[in-house]
Design a protein around this ligand. Structure first.
Ligand SMILES: *Cc1c(COP(=O)(O)O)cnc(C)c1O
Length: 439
């Protein structure tokens, strides 16, 4: 198909979209009436290119997945090579090299103690698998009453029915409240001065509910979707000890924090904490294909051995998909060969310095950064509740960046290998866009 008139082509795409598409996380009335969407035609490195020829720095790695940037040549080549050989086969009574080797390689780089890998499709299913494993584990260990979970206020662990029950944003849970898993939400340690109280609350909930609680589920060190909220590693260490004292499992959801987002490969490493179950997705396949994994300790795996009725009866048609697995192996190889974590450290320092400086801008109430993320809170007073972030988005779009906010939190979580010049340009755009909407 040739497109002599790119703008007419673009308009036709938008027309089909507005007629037939239902967008995620989108109030559709506002979308249909007001939104002129970006129409992305291609992407390269840290940049997205609209059909109209303009480019946009991808400030959030396209919902946190493109940790190695878009179209990394080695990932494209790995995908093409695997596609030419084997695109898919089930993982039921069948195996293949990409899945078997990927499992081996994941165990080698994962926090110590995690020795079994269960594959699924995305972050939500990685969490769903962890929840079901935790429930069935306790049941098979003779503690069937342990069916409740504990999560943080503001937590985000995905959108399938199980994962959504852990979510700390009431508006996402509200329509399904009557049919959800039972989850106790405890105060987050990420609010200023809240650490001691938050930990005391967790300890009390776990101690008092020990006979009913299956697992504590945490995003380690950084609550992403809650607004890039950072908390101290000591909380994780104490949570581990509390779980151990009461026979409760600790599930770490590194769907966002994994693959070096916070500095080291896993946020759990930074805290020196070993979870019972670890959920991985997003950076897992470098933004190429949906794929995820849940890693488990031998203690959990062993509880599923024996009679057939102890098996884990769970699986998706694309479990262990060879294309995703081949790409996920190449992601790990690129992290090694290109020293991604080491080379991200000075970039993280640039983000940290820039966001510390944004604290002085009018209308900014608080800033923070951790690894390859930086965030600022906008003063949402004056009737713009929830909308100021979108005004910054519009300003950034005019200046050439895709800067989707989380409410009134403006943040960056760019590819770990974003070129320095692109990063500096992005940080300049953040500053200029916030200044432009300043009260
Ligand atoms: C995005 C996210 C998920 C859900 O992953 P999906 O791939 O969107 O299903 C789960 N946990 C965390 C911490 C996330 O950031």
């Amino acid at each position: 198909m040739s497109h002599a008139d790119p703008l007419a082509h673009r308009a036709a795409v938008v027309a089909a979209d507005k007629r037939f598409l239902w967008h995620p996380y989108t109030p559709m009335t506002r979308y249909l009436d007001e939104v002129d969407p970006l129409v992305i035609d291609r992407a390269e490195g840290a940049r997205l290119f609209d059909l109209d020829g303009r480019s946009y720095l991808d400030a959030n790695s396209s919902w946190y997945v493109a940790t190695l940037g878009h179209g990394h040549p080695r990932l494209v080549a790995a995908l093409a090579a695997q596609a030419a050989r084997l695109c898919h086969t089930s993982l039921a009574g069948v195996t293949h090299e990409p899945a078997a080797r990927l499992a081996e390689e994941l165990v080698a780089v994962a926090p110590p103690g995690l020795e079994r890998v269960f594959f699924s499709d995305d972050g939500s299913t990685a969490v769903e698998v962890a929840l079901k494993l935790a429930l069935q584990f306790h049941r098979q260990e003779g503690r069937p009453a342990r069916t409740r979970f504990v999560a943080l206020d503001g937590a985000y662990h995905g959108d399938t029915l199980g994962a959504a029950a852990l979510g700390g944003a009431e508006i996402f849970r509200r329509p399904f409240a009557s049919v959800m898993l039972d989850c106790i939400h405890v105060p987050t340690p990420a609010d200023e001065g809240s650490f001691a109280q938050a930990f005391a609350a967790l300890e009390t909930v776990v101690a008092e509910g020990r006979d009913e609680i299956a697992a504590v589920v945490l995003e380690p060190l950084l609550q992403g979707t809650a607004g890039m909220r950072v908390y101290d590693a000591e909380y994780l260490r104490r949570a581990r000890a509390t779980c151990d004292a009461h026979g409760v499992l600790l599930i770490l959801d590194e769907v966002f924090t994994g693959y070096g987002r916070t500095g080291p490969m896993w946020a759990a490493d930074q805290a020196g904490v070993r979870p019972d179950l670890l959920c991985l997705a997003k950076g897992f396949s470098g933004g190429m294909l949906p794929m995820a994994a849940t890693l488990a300790t031998p203690r959990i795996f062993d509880a599923f051995l024996g009679a057939p009725d102890r098996a884990f009866y769970y699986g998706h048609s694309y479990c262990g998909n060879p294309l995703g697995a081949a790409v996920a192996r190449e992601v790990l190889a690129i992290y090694r060969d290109e020293r991604i974590l080491e080379r991200a450290a000075p970039k993280a320092a640039r983000i940290k310095a820039a966001f510390a400086g944004f604290g002085a801008l009018p209308g900014v109430t608080r800033t923070r950064s951790l690894g390859m993320t930086g965030a600022l809170d906008l003063d949402a007073q004056g009737g713009y509740l929830g909308r100021t972030g979108w005004r910054v988005y519009e300003e950034a779009r005019r200046r050439g960046a895709y800067l989707r906010p989380l409410g009134d939190v403006v943040y960056v979580a760019p590819p770990l290998n974003i070129p320095d010049a692109d990063l500096d340009e992005l940080l300049d755009i953040v500053g200029a866009s916030v200044r432009a909407v300043a009260p």
